[in-house]
Design a protein around this ligand. Structure first.
Ligand SMILES: [Cu+2]
Length: 633
């Protein structure tokens, strides 16, 4: 057992004290200050100068037939560093092009797996879900269009993967409003490695209102004045090599629990600078990070406007000086640089404090993403619109939040002991191969009480649907847990939070209104979301139709010939098998109804349904992800 009550060890080493020093130093952080103060428990990027690179804008592909190979390549993250091994889509050396699609115009995405040696080959944890022994040299991948309203067979399910030499062909109906989605790898128990290596890109959905043209009826900035900002943070190794480890305490090749960063990246480049005209810009922002939540703001504290989020536009722009964004959440913002003098700069910054466990290791806030420098040019001079929906020539106003007819309590938890490697995380106390699956009925409206009994935030993503945030409320976590002892992993544990609520519920932030596919669930709180489960008729497809995976290796795995069959799926850390062992017969496989992969698989070798999970990529891999079946009435 390697846990040894590490809290005492960590405290004894003085790290908690060090981290508080760091925290006060970051009250007004500069990149230089942050790289000067280093926790001895964490890895640290080589010292690097910010603003040396121009902020790159990915190429745009507007087509109904897109072929993007996923490739092993070389990418330079900073001009003073070498080009280092990475993954990219298409011709990109890291991340992928911006794909443009159009409402009600189906389009096809062919992802060919041309991946070679994985940049994180030595970081693959083969104990998670029996990740293939050759994953490091023959990486599996699947492509999920995040936020897309997509048939299950085209959704990039973790079990619908392709090996090198194989191709996935997905067709997306695009029966949804203008917004920005993103496409990224969703491979089983290795998503964190593939996305961090570079397999992610933006998808902008256009419609008759948000056309992307200068004459768009919404009056929004377009062309050069509309810019994607794919935000990430990383800790780099020597020479700017990609690294996914945060701390040497967890041995390489073992799941770590949360890859933090000490430098910020925008569109795949460290701390870049963008020259901006003195006018209004529209930035399409994604938190494409692995783990961290950010509170984004500008260094001059200037106001900006949130005009949309995950699923589309808000009714009206929301003026603010900051937004909080958890992994996979998006905001669509307008920023006015007209008040800057030529040559004046402003930085896009973050001051979100690290969550508890990361702070214990000495993690500090990653303070900076990029800088904007005003030129003498006048830019887009139109006004910020007063309304975005619900007026003449505008999309319909957001519908009111429906009254739910059923409540579903779900739980977000982690074993409480502090140990190395960290303890398994789960939803409902179940593993991914459970057959105890959420089965909401098409055409019904539910409220989900997401009860987060961990002290840390999680980013809850439900595939296929949009959620509306009702509210969040604190819980007396100790009392809830004392009154509801948790059974062993593998038995459902979803206690009602009702008797443990504290204080008044808080509604969503104004910019969280609207259609959400990913929702920040605060620690020791219940987050309530309302979901209407669409019918097959509304969708134009049956969301519960089981399908045969496209790849031969994936098909063989489901037929029980290797790969992802018949295992409990949550890893075997030395000395922890007993602790993590599933309750007999509850999470493993093949009953008459299910295949070797549990509730996501059928006895006749098909994949069924969608997934819901935490979008902190490390959490999703181990094992905060469950199947979801949206069943016929
Ligand atoms: Cu999480």
């Amino acid at each position: 057992m390697t846990s040894l009550g590490r809290r005492a060890f960590i405290t004894g080493a003085g790290i908690v004290g060090a981290s508080s020093v760091l925290r006060s130093a970051t009250a007004r952080p500069s990149a230089a200050e942050v790289s000067a103060l280093k926790s001895p428990l964490l890895f640290h990027s080589p010292k690097v100068q910010p603003f040396r690179d121009v902020l790159p804008v990915p190429p745009v592909i507007d087509s109904t037939d897109v072929t993007l190979s996923a490739r092993t390549t070389l990418h330079r993250f900073h001009r003073d560093w070498d080009a280092v091994p990475s993954f990219g889509y298409g011709d990109q050396t890291y991340l992928g092009p911006t794909l443009v699609s159009h409402r009600d115009q189906p389009w096809t995405l062919r992802t060919r797996n041309e991946l070679g040696l994985h940049p994180f080959a030595r970081d693959v944890d083969h104990s998670l879900h029996d990740v293939a022994a050759d994953f490091g040299t023959r990486p599996r991948t699947t492509t999920h269009l995040h936020g897309g309203i997509t048939p299950a067979s085209q959704d990039g399910h973790p079990l619908d993967f392709v090996v090198p030499g194989e191709e996935l062909v997905y067709r997306f109906p695009t029966r949804q409003e203008a917004t920005h989605l993103w496409y990224h790898d969703h491979s089983m128990a290795t998503t964190r490695l593939n996305v961090a290596a570079g397999l992610a890109g933006m998808n902008i959905v256009r419609d008759e209102f948000d056309t992307g043209r200068p004459d768009n009826p919404l009056g929004l900035p377009a062309g050069d004045f509309e810019v994607p900002l794919v935000l990430q943070e990383k800790i780099f190794g020597a020479g700017g090599r990609q690294n996914i480890r945060s701390t040497w305490i967890v041995p390489q090749g073992k799941w770590e629990g949360g890859a933090v960063g000490d430098v910020g990246l925008v569109n795949g480049v460290v701390w870049p600078e963008m020259q901006v005209a003195r006018g209004l810009y529209r930035f399409r922002v994604i938190n494409a990070g692995s783990f961290s939540v950010w509170r984004l703001f500008f260094s001059n504290q200037m106001k900006f406007w949130v005009i949309g989020n995950d699923g589309g536009l808000l009714d009206a722009p929301v003026q603010t000086t900051s937004v909080r964004l958890s992994p996979a959440e998006r905001v669509d913002i307008l920023v006015d640089f007209a008040g800057l003098a030529a040559g004046e700069t402003v930085e896009l910054r973050n001051d979100e404090k690290p969550p508890g466990q990361a702070a214990v290791l000495g993690e500090v806030t990653m303070p900076l993403f990029c800088r904007f420098r005003a030129t003498a040019a006048r830019g887009f001079a139109g006004p910020v619109p007063t309304r975005l929906r619900g007026g003449r020539g505008l999309p319909e106003a957001l519908p009111p939040v429906l009254r739910p007819t059923r409540r579903r309590v779900v739980s977000i938890l982690q074993d409480t002991d502090l140990r190395i490697p960290p303890a398994l995380m789960s939803l409902n106390n179940l593993g991914f191969t459970t057959t105890d699956v959420e089965k909401p009925v098409q055409g019904t409206t539910e409220v989900w009480d997401m009860v987060n009994v961990t002290p840390d935030p999680h980013a809850m993503h439900v595939h296929l649907v949009h959620m509306r945030i009702l509210d969040r409320q604190r819980i007396n976590n100790a009392a809830l847990r004392a009154a509801n002892p948790r059974p062993r992993h593998g038995r459902r544990w979803t206690p009602s939070p009702d008797r443990y609520l504290q204080g008044a519920p808080t509604g969503p932030a104004p910019w969280e209104a609207g259609l959400k596919d990913t929702v920040l669930a605060h620690g020791h709180s219940v987050t309530r979301v309302v979901v209407r489960w669409p019918t097959a008729e509304e969708l134009g497809f049956d969301p519960d139709l089981a399908y045969v995976p496209q790849g031969a290796t994936a098909r063989a795995a489901l037929a029980g010939h290797g790969g992802h069959g018949g295992h409990d799926g949550h890893g075997s850390h030395d000395g922890h098998n007993g602790h993590d062992a599933p309750a007999a017969g509850t999470t493993t496989a093949a009953t008459g109804e299910h295949g070797p992969g549990g509730g996501s698989t059928t006895a006749d070798g098909k994949v069924r349904g969608y997934v819901w999970h935490c979008h902190m990529l490390d959490h999703e891999d181990h094992d905060m992800m469950l199947p979801l079946h949206v069943v016929a009435p």
